[in-house]
Ligand binder design. Structure first.
Ligand SMILES: [Fe+2]
Length: 381
């Protein structure tokens, strides 16, 4: 048996953010807490959301306080505001951090207690308040997933997996992403590609997630270079929205793998963007994961990337697919390796140790040990 979890309503396409007022009205909401990132960009995004909700008669209270890697402290602060303002709807607008903070606020608003009580799988007994999640980057997929990562006071990342964390409505509007600079577009787009590739080769993959992951890979390969070159190319942006949504839905159910297990400690320890870490690790981990059992899967991926051919031997396809992943990074102008990101070589053994503790790597198609992981960090260096 397999279960399949995504939000019940998922909006994609140009201008779809304007429909959130109608969605809020369906919950009979009167006052929404709008959760956004700290700073001018987050404030502008929250103000736009507030004006749309106002037109539908929904009052708003803005909470633009979320920094990257949201903490239990910001969740508690947001929760206090949610309660004291009498809110009955949560709206997150932003990347993964704003979504994760909103998930934490909603979880405690309904269930009480502390975030640490819910670490692990399916610990919540009650559904969150109505929750609309609006993505402003095409990559994290957090607007469709049942995962949240919140850091505690000791900077430990608490991972929460609960079907109640999946928002009621996800929104992927390319017009919300038009102002993303090229480097952010590239990094978040490579995060989406990594979600799709890891879901496609996951031990937990199935026909439903395969269909989503494969199409997401094809959409990223065709559209990410265009969106990076010209951020006003709304057709490319719209296709990246679909790719991000599909990849999020796929990994929400099939899980991830070794790329994410390595990129989490790397990003946390060296304070590096998640998507960039994934981009540099993806090709070397895919090479490691290519075995007799997975050749067919990597051959399919090569076809989705536009370089594999159905008449060609699987081994040859898998090889050109790997080359395409390396050259995609180069064509997007991403750094060549971890050294360029300022990672210290002497930190790699510690990162390899932490990778082994990451449960997110469990669905990886090939087993690995600490030596394998260290070698892969060195290859990506
Ligand atoms: Fe990711």
């Amino acid at each position: 048996m397999s279960s399949y979890v995504i939000p019940p309503v998922n909006l994609t396409g140009r201008g779809c953010v304007k429909s959130i007022g109608r969605e809020a009205a369906k919950f009979q909401a009167r006052r929404a807490l709008v959760v956004a990132s700290f700073g001018a960009v987050g404030e502008a995004q929250a103000a736009l959301v507030a004006s749309i909700l106002k037109d539908s008669g929904v009052e708003t209270v803005l909470f633009c306080r979320v920094m990257p890697n949201p903490t239990v402290a910001v969740v508690d602060e947001g929760l206090a505001l949610y309660r004291s303002s009498g809110c009955d709807l949560l709206v997150a607008v932003g990347g993964g951090s704003a979504m994760d903070a909103a998930k934490g606020i909603g979880l405690l608003a309904s269930n009480g207690g502390r975030i640490a009580d819910y670490e692990g799988e399916d610990k919540a007994g009650k559904a969150l308040p109505p929750f609309i999640a609006i993505a402003t980057t095409a990559g994290t997929g957090s607007e469709v997933t049942q995962f949240a990562v919140i850091s505690d006071e000791e900077h430990n990342k608490l991972t929460l997996v609960d079907r109640y964390l999946a928002p009621n409505v996800s929104v992927n509007d390319p017009e919300m992403m038009a102002s993303m600079p090229p480097a952010l577009t590239a990094a978040t787009g490579m995060d989406a590609l990594t979600h799709a590739v890891e879901a496609y080769v996951s031990r937990n993959a199935g026909p439903v997630t395969d269909a989503q992951a494969w199409k997401a890979i094809q959409l990223v390969a065709k559209n990410l270079p265009l969106a990076v070159r010209d951020g006003t190319d709304m057709n490319a942006r719209e296709n990246m929205c679909c790719a991000s949504f599909l990849a999020g839905a796929a990994f929400n159910n099939a899980g991830l793998g070794l790329v994410h297990a390595m990129s989490h400690p790397l990003g946390g320890h060296c304070n590096l963007p998640h998507g960039l870490c994934n981009a540099l690790l993806l090709p070397v981990v895919c090479r490691f994961n290519t075995t007799l059992e997975t050749l067919g899967r990597f051959s399919d991926i090569a076809v989705a990337l536009g370089v594999g051919r159905s008449w060609r031997a699987e081994r040859d396809n898998a090889e050109v697919g790997l080359e395409a992943l390396f050259s995609l990074n180069r064509s997007l102008g991403l750094p060549k390796g971890l050294r360029e990101l300022g990672v210290r070589k002497e930190d790699l053994p510690l990162l390899a140790e932490r990778t082994m503790e990451e449960a997110i790597g469990r669905p990886n198609p090939r087993k690995y040990d600490k030596r394998d992981v260290l070698r892969l960090y060195e290859e990506a260096y």
